[in-house]
Ligand binder design. Sequence first.
Ligand code: T46
Length: 135
Amino acid sequence: MQLIDFKVCGDHRGSLISLEGGNNIPFEIKRVYYIFATKDGVARGFHAHKNLQQVVVAVNGSCEFHIDEGNGKTIVHLNGPERGVLLDMVSWREMHNFSSDCVLMVLASAVYDKDDYITDYDEFKRITNAKTRGI
Ligand code: T46
């Protein structure tokens, strides 16, 4: 997990941020999706991916991103278009406390594949423990 601060191109008209695969996004972008109109009190995620890199940006509003790379949970507050979080290894993610105006944009290194999901936390722990032991 890594936080990425994007360069803002600003002038008298306002601001612009450019995201480029292989430049400020450290992979080739194969998919973009966004999450919005999340209902009050709803949490999302609760899975990991076997082989996927993603950068997540709250382009509007805010939410909490809970990330576990196998060694405990880190909470990242995403609350603006100028900062993204890079998920570049097998990591369990949960999203909580969405503001009603939150638009979460995600850039991904691969197209959607439901078989890439790990939805069982115990399986996720087995995989990360094995990686830690170099198996
Ligand atoms: C992640 C967080 C931030 C698609 O058809 N295509 C897609 O690209 C995606 C991501 C989802 N879907 C379908 C599959 C489900 O029927 O949309 C529905 C909701 O997807 P999911 O339950 O995976 O959504 P979240 O919000 O729990 O998680 C998603 C990503 O899956 C995940 O990788 O990091 O957003």
